[in-house]
Design a protein around this ligand. Structure first.
Ligand SMILES: C[S@@+](CC[C@H](N)C(=O)[O-])C[C@H]1O[C@@H](n2cnc3c(N)ncnc32)[C@H](O)[C@@H]1O
Ligand SMILES: [Zn+2]
Length: 379
């Protein structure tokens, strides 16, 4: 086992021992153990999301982290999520695991265990009915796709499965063959590429789950520059309603729709359209769950940004899929962009649904199509 001089940091309410190079180097090294200080916001969201989930969860409150590194997420869950009974963190790197154990001692945690195994072997040992976990997380380097199957099997009925993806180039259309292999669908390059990426990940989770009669219900999604995170509820029952389809995008007029079937022609201007998918076309958020996350904020030690982002999630939760950006509309109309507030007011006064979106601070969701939107903005 490697040894190294470690550094004590505090994230949220938790003391974490980390390899010094992980906070000093531009890109955190994988050796002797991986820790990314820039992923703090996503761990903050985990603490909020899991606290909201566990509060209303009946059954053994066990959290499994399949790819834990030095255990940053697991340590925070064990220390900061009220009523969590047991956290088991797994990794192949024994140096990372023993560093995590020392952090656990530093925080006087008695609910933190380690496992040194390959992720799918680890998760498979929890796949039997009766031994499944309330919450399962996978946070790999790159794509989560190869771990989704065993992660879902290790999550109990009514439990929560969260996953990170960092293979942004693949999800953003720079390697469509790889995207099809990993996620079963392809993206198109648009202003709302992050939403397409999230829908591809959710579509892949849904297709894998459907193979063994499991329904997934997205509760919350979030993204920053370098990652995507999805949180879905697992229900052991066949899918009731098909929520897979395509995003149809017209590069000529800017029209965009989510649709069950493939199509070649823009419904507004008859131009040839581009198509992303197959992907998830259902809701990205559960409004009730997002509101319960907001309720948890005063109890959590998290970045102020979290509350602002969650407020947007609550507003957009029941809005149509795909958003417009104010900059692209302004470019099409050859004028300066409206402020977000003004744009939303104009649309609402014009009788359309309109909200901001957490996925882009200059983005709006609306029931208006591109032509209606331009007309309203010009008025
Ligand atoms: C992105 S890091 C995890 C970061 C961690 N979740 C956090 O919040 O700090 C991915 C981890 O997966 C581990 N890993 C990679 N492939 C693995 C495998 N097949 N089985 C178990 N662990 C693996 C690596 O050792 C690394 O620590
Ligand atoms: Zn068109």
């Amino acid at each position: 086992m490697q040894t190294f001089n470690d550094l004590e940091i505090v994230e949220g309410k938790t003391k974490i021992l980390v390899p010094p190079d992980s906070v000093n180097a531009k890109v955190p090294p994988k050796e002797p153990a991986f820790f990314n200080p820039r992923a703090r916001l996503n761990r903050d969201f985990s603490v909020i999301a899991y606290s909201a989930f566990i509060k209303n969860f009946e059954g053994p409150k066990i959290f499994l982290d399949g790819l834990a590194g030095i255990g940053a997420r697991g340590l925070r869950v064990a220390n900061e999520v009220k009523n969590i009974e047991k956290v088991v963190v797994n990794d192949l790197n024994s140096s990372a695991l023993s560093l995590g154990l020392r952090s656990a001692k530093l925080n006087n945690l008695s609910n933190y265990e380690i496992s040194e195994n390959e992720t799918c072997r680890f998760l498979s040992s929890y796949s039997k009915k009766g031994s499944r976990a309330a919450i399962v997380d996978i946070d790999p380097f790159g794509s989560p796709s190869k771990y989704i199957d065993c992660a879902i099997r290790a999550t109990m009925h009514g439990g929560l499965f969260s996953a990170t993806a960092t293979d942004l180039q693949v999800l953003h259309g720079l390697a469509n063959d790889a995207c099809k292999r990993r996620y079963y669908g392809i993206p198109v390059k648009t202003e709302y590429g992050n939403e397409i990426a999230i829908r591809l990940i959710l579509g892949c989770i849904n297709m894998i789950a459907a193979r063994f009669d499991v329904e997934v219900v997205p509760l919350f999604v979030e993204n920053e520059m370098h990652y995507y995170r999805t949180y879905v509820k697992i229900l052991n029952k066949p899918i009731q309603q098909e929520k897979m389809g395509y995003i149809l995008h017209c590069n000529f007029c800017g029209n965009r729709t989510t649709f069950e079937y493939q199509s070649n022609v823009c419904s507004l201007c008859n131009s040839k359209i581009v198509m992303a998918g197959p992907l998830w076309t259902g809701q990205l958020f559960s409004k009730k769950y997002v509101l319960s996350m907001l309720e948890q904020i005063p109890n959590c030690s998290v970045d102020k940004k979290c509350e602002k982002i969650l407020q947007r999630c609550a507003l957009e939760a029941e809005m149509p899929g795909t958003y417009f950006t104010l900059d692209e509309i302004a470019e099409k109309m050859k004028c300066a962009p409206l402020s977000l507030k003004k744009a939303i007011n104009k649309l609402q006064n014009g009788g359309f649904l309109a909200s901001p979106t957490s996925l882009n601070f200059k983005g709006i969701r609306t029931s208006a199509n591109i032509n209606e939107l331009k007309e309203i903005f010009a008025s």
